[in-house]
Design a protein around this ligand. Structure first.
Ligand code: HEC
Ligand code: HEC
Ligand code: HEC
Ligand code: HEC
Ligand code: HEC
Ligand code: HEC
Length: 414
């Protein structure tokens, strides 16, 4: 896995072979769906048009190769064809600058025939489906019940005040008519006090409502602190994990190569997208619209098949974010701890838009450390002496992450 990012000085050939191998590991050829097989195994290097990617564009290829048998042989084992001294093979190898085509393992003759049928007659342009709007994590500006409560109280106070004023004026008028002394004039607060004294039960009810409302509101905001489970921002390019990691079974680490060798998994650069998308300009859902954004970002002109403009990095919106004071390493969990991506990220293979599935709180980390056995501790030389000590200390009990210190504050906090 080191080849991709760490040693850019390695030859182009090595990189291409690696890319191709890492892809073909995750691909099986059970389906005889020519289109799918082609996209999985060949589209990395071949377009169906005239454009050269690594290998030649395959438009009209059946007419230029010596025969269909030749093509089947070539696709199943091009090395053998080359070794046999085949003239045409020598010619195309020279034309591609001596870069040999990588042998595709596990392809049956039926698979190859299905692919050839697809190469010869790719389906006509499919009507572009409308873009499904991306779900946004925007809370609807609903009306706070507390605000309604305060509103009602305010209105009541006003009504009561007006009524009392009216009452006061009326009784004064009466007093005046009957030649009595006018009643003293009360302030709003005095009015309210008098009213409250008269309506003790209503006041008690209101007090209970307000207290409950305030409690509820503060509890809700407490629960929200630091927890963004379900956060699913829309992205500048409608990238779908379902189409890539699900339907096309592309390995997670093909794109998130950091997950096996560093703290962060990382988001792939536009060049990683271009490995395939030089050849794939149209998708099943968004047609050419979203893939055109890749070309734009990479500065690629699909008509000229060349990088003609400057690169514009894509501003992906971060979905997960741990607090800065927490140390978390993907390598430790994925390689040493043998944890599946899905344990912490859910099943991305089914997600059209990436979403945070776990709370990423301290309790979440610690619960898993208390429940998960340290994998391979027995056979891992890295843990040999530690394992002996722990096995003695916790006789017979499973050795979970917390037992080797996985809940010590300093392990997660700098
Ligand atoms: C790693 C890159 C790579 C992959 C993957 C790849 N090819 Fe190729 N292919 C090449 C190259 C490069 C050539 C030119 C000959 C050479 O250099 O070996 C070629 C040549 C060909 C040719 C002959 C083209 C011509 O113009 O005569 C056919 C047909 C072909 N490939 C089909 C396929 C099919 C089908 C697949 C998938 C099963 C596939 N290739 C996968 C790189 C690749
Ligand atoms: C073809 C490349 C590709 C493959 C394969 C892929 N991803 Fe991604 N992944 C991306 C891109 C691009 C983003 C950023 C855009 C987005 O969030 O959708 C991303 C985002 C993510 C995120 C969210 C990152 C954040 O911002 O917090 C997670 C988690 C993730 N991928 C996990 C996976 C897992 C697990 C798999 C395998 C099942 C996988 N990815 C396969 C390209 C890929
Ligand atoms: C290993 C090959 C590969 C890589 C790398 C790759 N893709 Fe794709 N992509 C595909 C395939 C295959 C399809 C589906 C084409 C189809 O089914 O017609 C696709 C389709 C798409 C679509 C269209 C989906 C739709 O809704 O129709 C978009 C957008 C896309 N990819 C974006 C990206 C981005 C962004 C990257 C880089 C982060 C990337 N791809 C990397 C193979 C790849
Ligand atoms: C799905 C289960 C799981 C979750 C969730 C999880 N971890 Fe872990 N963690 C493990 C396993 C398993 C190991 C043991 C790896 C090893 O063998 O070193 C580990 C080891 C660690 C270690 C090294 C401990 C040591 O003693 O060397 C740190 C640090 C760590 N995790 C931090 C975190 C943080 C921070 C979080 C939350 C953001 C988290 N982990 C969430 C399973 C998990
Ligand atoms: C033990 C839990 C755990 C496992 C297993 C795990 N991740 Fe993560 N992942 C996290 C956490 C926590 C974050 C947030 C890290 C941060 O913000 O610093 C994260 C962030 C990411 C991101 C965003 C970019 C980054 O690196 O911060 C991607 C992409 C990602 N993970 C992909 C993967 C893939 C692919 C796998 C499997 C190979 C995987 N993760 C396995 C917990 C996990
Ligand atoms: C397995 C990893 C892990 C261990 C061990 C751990 N923490 Fe945390 N801690 C976290 C994570 C993750 C957060 C961030 C929570 C968030 O952002 O909601 C956190 C947050 C905190 C906070 C900030 C308060 C908050 O909720 O945001 C404090 C204080 C804290 N930890 C103290 C400790 C102390 C004290 C210990 C030792 C008893 C400890 N932690 C052990 C992972 C850990």
């Amino acid at each position: 896995m080191d080849t991709i990012c760490n040693k850019p000085q390695k030859t182009f050939l090595a990189i291409i072979s690696f890319l191709f191998l890492s892809l073909s590991f995750s691909f099986t050829s059970e389906a005889q769906d020519g289109e799918k097989l082609f996209k999985q195994n060949c589209a990395v290097c071949h377009s169906l048009g005239k454009n050269k990617i690594v290998g030649p564009g395959l438009e009209g290829v059946s007419k230029r190769v010596p025969s269909e048998e030749w093509m089947i042989k070539w696709i199943t084992n091009n090395q053998e064809v080359l070794k046999s001294g085949d003239e045409y093979a020598k010619k195309i190898l020279a034309e591609s600058g001596g870069i040999p085509m990588t042998v595709v393992p596990n392809l049956t003759e039926a698979d190859v025939k299905a692919m050839i049928a697809y190469i010869n007659a790719p389906p006509a342009e499919v009507a572009v489906a409308p873009v499904t709007p991306v779900a946004e994590k925007i809370k609807k500006p609903g009306i706070n019940p507390l605000a309604i409560l305060f509103g009602i109280i305010a209105i009541l106070i006003i009504v009561v005040t007006i009524l009392r004023r009216l009452n006061y004026s009326l009784s004064n008028l009466r007093n005046k008519n009957e030649g009595l002394t006018p009643e003293p004039k009360y302030s709003v607060w005095q009015d309210l006090k008098i009213w409250m004294a008269d309506h003790k039960r209503t006041v008690a009810l209101f007090t209970i409502f307000i207290t409950l409302g305030v409690l509820q509101a503060s509890w809700d905001s407490l629960k929200e602190i630091g927890i963004y489970t379900g956060y699913q921002p829309s992205q500048p390019i409608a990238f779908s994990h379902k189409i890539h990691a699900g339907d096309n079974a592309i390995n997670c680490v093909y794109c998130h190569s950091g997950a096996e060798k560093s703290k962060t998994a990382g988001i792939p650069t536009i060049n990683v997208c271009m490995n395939c998308h030089k050849g794939i300009s149209k998708g099943p859902v968004t047609g050419t619209k979203e893939i055109a954004k890749i070309y734009d970002a990479a500065g690629w002109d699909p008509d000229k098949a060349a990088y003609t403009k400057p690169e514009k990095p894509v501003q992906w919106v971060k979905v997960h974010a741990l607090a800065d004071f927490v140390f978390f390493s993907h390598q430790q969990h994925v390689v040493v701890g043998k944890q599946d991506c899905a344990n912490c990220h859910g099943d991305l293979k089914t997600m059209t838009v990436a979403k945070q599935m776990q709370p990423l709180t301290m309790v979440w980390c610690i619960n898993c450390h208390k429940q998960t056995e340290v994998p391979g501790m027995k056979d891992n030389p890295y843990y040999e002496s530690l394992h002996k000590k722990l096995a003695e200390k916790f006789k017979g009990q499973p050795i979970t992450v917390d037992k080797m210190g996985g809940i010590e504050c300093a392990k997660c906090h700098y």
